[in-house]
Design a protein around this ligand. Structure first.
Ligand SMILES: [Zn+2]
Length: 282
């Protein structure tokens, strides 16, 4: 009994000691592993995915993906510096690639490694829609949702109770849980997140795209297009992990006024021109 109790006590203390705060929302989250450990594994996995997939030969679309990616990256960096949270970006090495694949898919791995699949471009319908997806996926990485899922996996696997994490097996165990938690080992390379994570990424994504000079009002329209597709046959996996339903769209509309404040500051001369400056107000 005493043994069980002390294990429980150790577990609770570890949970309390290993917490992080999500930028923008201020939510407290579990963080049982350092980004300096997790991110190099993520980079390795990203390289594997690039090796086993074909990059798009469409120069125009590839340039557009990189352009939107860099604009939102700069917006995120400016925001975090201003908020005194730039340590969130430690170990990040941003990269934006367009993969030739009809799948409707896009993701950002821990550390800022982004992939868009060409199949999502018709749903994006141009730069604004790409910014919606880019903002959302980058938000998952900034909010460290992959690390949080991993940490939850560690707890539920009872690894803490057995304290095996402090043994020499730590790196092998960590890697296994990483692959399970962020789903990068799967064929699709999709990050599977909870509804709470999805909602948080929606809110943060709107703000990031707005700071980058993109009109966040493009987001509900994008998710409505997604909803139409998900009503059709053979729902793609990205849509099944990103359910676009009335609840999501109404939540997005609730978040709009907050992000529009940022948009107005980044675009003092009214509506989106497609050629506006990056986060100058910051
Ligand atoms: Zn998501």
């Amino acid at each position: 009994m005493t043994k069980v109790r002390s294990c429980l006590l150790i577990s609770i203390s570890l949970i309390l000691l290993n917490c992080a705060t999500v930028p923008i929302t201020g939510r407290s989250q579990l963080s049982m592993i350092k980004n300096s450990e997790l991110i190099p594994m993520s980079f390795k996995q990203y390289q594997e995915i690039l090796k086993t997939n074909e990059l798009s030969i469409d120069k125009t679309q590839t340039v557009l993906i990189k352009k939107v990616g860099v604009k939102i990256q700069k917006a995120v960096e400016a925001y975090l510096i201003k908020e005194g949270q730039s340590e969130v970006l430690n170990d990040f090495e941003w990269e934006f690639n367009l993969i030739e694949d009809k799948t409707i898919n896009a993701w950002c791995m821990p550390g800022g490694k982004v992939a868009f699949y060409s199949g999502i471009l018709p749903v994006c319908q141009g730069e604004q829609g790409i910014a919606v997806v880019m903002g959302h996926e980058i938000a998952h990485a900034i909010a460290n949702h992959g690390r949080e899922r991993m940490s939850q996996g560690m707890i539920t696997n009872g690894l803490l109770a057995s304290l095996s994490l402090v043994t020499q097996n730590r790196s092998a165990l960590t890697r296994d849980i990483l692959l399970q938690s962020v789903g990068v080992g799967t064929q699709m390379g999709i990050l599977k997140f909870s509804r709470k994570h999805e909602s948080e990424a929606d809110r943060m994504g709107l703000i990031f795209m707005a700071i980058a000079g993109y009109d966040p009002e493009a987001a509900p329209a994008f998710w409505e297009r997604m909803a139409e597709i998900s009503n059709g046959p053979g729902t793609p996996e990205w849509i099944s992990t990103h359910p676009s339903n009335e609840r999501r769209i109404s939540d997005l509309k609730k978040y709009l006024p907050e992000s529009l404040e940022y948009y107005k500051k980044s675009n003092p001369f009214s509506s989106y021109s497609g050629n506006n400056s990056e986060a100058e107000f910051l």
